[in-house]
Design a protein around this ligand. Structure first.
Ligand SMILES: [Zn+2]
Length: 418
């Protein structure tokens, strides 16, 4: 109260005495905008790449003199560093207003990866399928061993769980059906994966019971899951990251309704960030179809800050639409569904969101980390690995080709060109 009183007196005195007083709190500072837009673009050095990627850092210092000057223009209390204040000193009473603290800067780094199927179809060769590798390794940490250092450094890792985790149920009559032992959930735990999207064409492969069993398994492992009507919130650094997952293959209007109601629910729960996962598109093509575009655009229009797509099993382009990134297809990741896919290219998509207080900055702190779904090229050993050198550059080049229609370009270090 005391602070508010001093602030009001100060504001009143200032306003009465100076004709140039602006009462608008919305005034933005062009310099700040400029700085914000360029944060990730400032690092264009290809030599800066390292084998162990770090979450991106922005260059904002929490309480710089410039920030203080900007605040004064926004109508907040000036600080001792503020040059404008010196002109006003004569007006100040004996008790000068206490300086307000600069809004806190919070950076939230999200890593996203594609299809994780812990299990194989019954038709797959028993010597090389997911179960045989699992039984050989007898180690849940094996599968994400080569990407864990990336996942452990972020604030939230989100993958698409494409299959069930249960011992129960009857196999649905379909070409491929996936079921893994409930203990496989520890692969996520060991890999530092905090959340999954669970709304796809394989989440009920062994009937309704396989779906509900998998959800119980995720719950007891404390893995956040979003699935159709069920939205989830993961808290990191006091920020609420809301997640929604829909299966676009089960109807466009149906999915739109889920997105709309899901975003409504998350906003009600005061989510600071909203991520929408969409399972849609055509398998084995880099061409984005109309359903993918429609749903992704709709999600952004309704308030999504990031849209993550999967189902095509191959990488597709990235679009920036109304300020939000849309990753149309993250491809396979730790994928038991194919013992030797001809296309083993994949990636980890990473975005760092920066908040100044409660306000989300408009920036492009985005990068892709090219990976292969298997740490050997000969076969799928279900151990995704970040790539270096030529194979890394090949994926960046492919992503640039796919993203060209959207005007998105990635530099050699994987960061998006601003
Ligand atoms: Zn799918």
């Amino acid at each position: 109260m005391k602070k508010i009183f001093y602030f009001l007196s100060f504001a009143l005195i200032s306003c009465l005495s100076f004709t140039g007083c602006s009462s608008s709190k919305e005034t933005t500072n062009p310099a700040t905008e400029q700085e914000t837009q360029n944060t990730s673009g400032s690092d264009s050095s290809d030599n800066a790449e390292s084998n162990s990627p770090q979450p991106m850092q922005t260059q904002d210092a929490p309480a710089s003199a410039e920030d203080n000057a900007n605040q004064a223009q926004d109508g907040t209390l000036p600080t001792e560093n503020n040059a404008h204040q010196t002109q006003n000193n004569t007006l100040l009473t004996e008790e000068p207003p206490t300086a307000t603290e600069a809004p806190q800067i919070t950076e939230i780094t999200i890593s996203a990866a594609g299809d994780c199927t812990f299990g194989s179809d019954q038709s797959s060769p028993g010597s090389v399928n997911f179960y045989s590798v699992y039984n050989q390794k007898k180690n849940n940490a094996y599968f994400f061993q080569k990407v864990k250092k990336i996942f452990a450094k972020d604030d939230l890792t989100l993958v698409n769980l494409e299959g069930t985790l249960t011992t129960r149920g009857v196999r649905m009559d379909k070409t491929y059906a996936f079921r893994g032992d409930p203990s496989y959930v520890n692969i996520l735990k060991e890999g530092s994966v905090e959340a999954v999207s669970f709304a796809n064409n394989h989440c009920k492969d062994y009937g309704e019971i396989s779906y509900t069993d998998t959800i119980s398994v995720l719950k007891s492992a404390k893995i956040k899951y979003s699935s159709f009507e069920k939205v989830s919130i993961f808290k990191a650094k006091e920020k609420k990251i809301g997640m929604i997952a829909v299966n676009g293959l089960s109807g466009t209007d149906y999915s739109k309704n889920l997105i709309k109601s899901g975003i409504k629910k998350l906003k009600k729960k005061k989510a600071d960030l909203i991520i929408v996962s969409i399972h849609a598109g055509i398998e084995h093509t880099s061409t984005i179809n109309d359903v993918q575009t429609q749903l992704a655009h709709y999600a952004v229009q309704k308030g999504a800050n990031l849209v993550l797509g999967h189902h095509p099993h191959t990488l597709q382009g990235i679009e920036k639409y109304k300020g939000a990134y849309i990753v149309y297809s993250l491809a396979n990741f730790c994928f038991g569904g194919n013992t030797n896919p001809s296309d083993k290219d994949t990636m980890i998509f990473q975005q760092t969101f920066t908040f100044k207080g409660d306000k989300l900055k408009k920036d492009n702190n985005v990068r892709i980390i090219p990976c292969r779904v298997s740490s050997t090229t000969a076969i799928n050993n279900y151990q995704p690995v970040p790539l270096k050198g030529k194979s890394k550059q090949q994926i960046i080049q492919n992503m640039n080709n796919f993203s060209k229609p959207f005007g998105i370009h990635f530099q050699k270090n994987g960061k998006v060109q601003n």
